[in-house]
Design a protein around this ligand. Sequence first.
Ligand SMILES: [Zn+2]
Length: 279
Amino acid sequence: MPELPELEALRVRLGPRLEGQLVTAAEVSPRRAHLLRYPPESFAHELPYRRFVRTWRRGKHLLFDLELGGGGDLRHLVVNPMLGGRFHLTGGGQPPPATLVFSLRLEGGGELRFLDAAAMSRVYWTPDPARDVPAWTAMGPDADRLPELGLGGFRRRLRRYRDELKDLLRNQAFLAGLGNAYSDEILWEARLLPLRRRATLTAEEEEALFGAIQTVLERSVRAILDHPGYQESKQDRHFMNVHGKGGRTCPRCGHRISQLGSGRGPGREPFNFCRGCQV
Ligand SMILES: [Zn+2]
């Protein structure tokens, strides 16, 4: 499931190629029309003749702002890709795959396609995400905004919660954009065990967590963008230290990497950590 670094890399890659482009036609696949939280016929009717003006990210959502000619009537195409949602910017012309959710034809002949093999993504077309996207207003600051929050602001947010650290980092109300994979990486970086409770953290450990979130996010966005053959659809996470590496050797201390979690149901995905160097 894409988290903040994957979505940020996507924003950096897609944004400049879309901004300024005019949509000439929109199509919704009947098989995936239920993923649109908006009547599909209106979607197909309202997107054409709008221009992409901005691509941005909030939590696990990617947003495309589109306006009508003359700079009026700004609307947002909000996509939460969930498990299997992927974007594909093509030259146009090829037949659409069966997993197509929607496609937007662009003035220059290109086509932005959104595909979803898992059929779990959510797509909203709205003038106001706060009104139409569930839990939008409950989201905390994006996890890459910690420099603005500062260590003091981070500590104040942190102390509102009593959860285990693994649950806390995945809680979108605490910080938005993190999920199972990057919370593993952040806790490894901070040398903290996932089942530690927030209230047991020392001041130094709070600071380590504050630093680790920034380090891991920056490093991961760079790793994805620097990867020449990176394919969004494969979600390559080779650069990770512990996540998805249960049973292998910890790159920091050489201990065997642990794995917990049944994998059954949301919030129970297998997660990884090192008992050798995380406390
Ligand atoms: Zn270790």
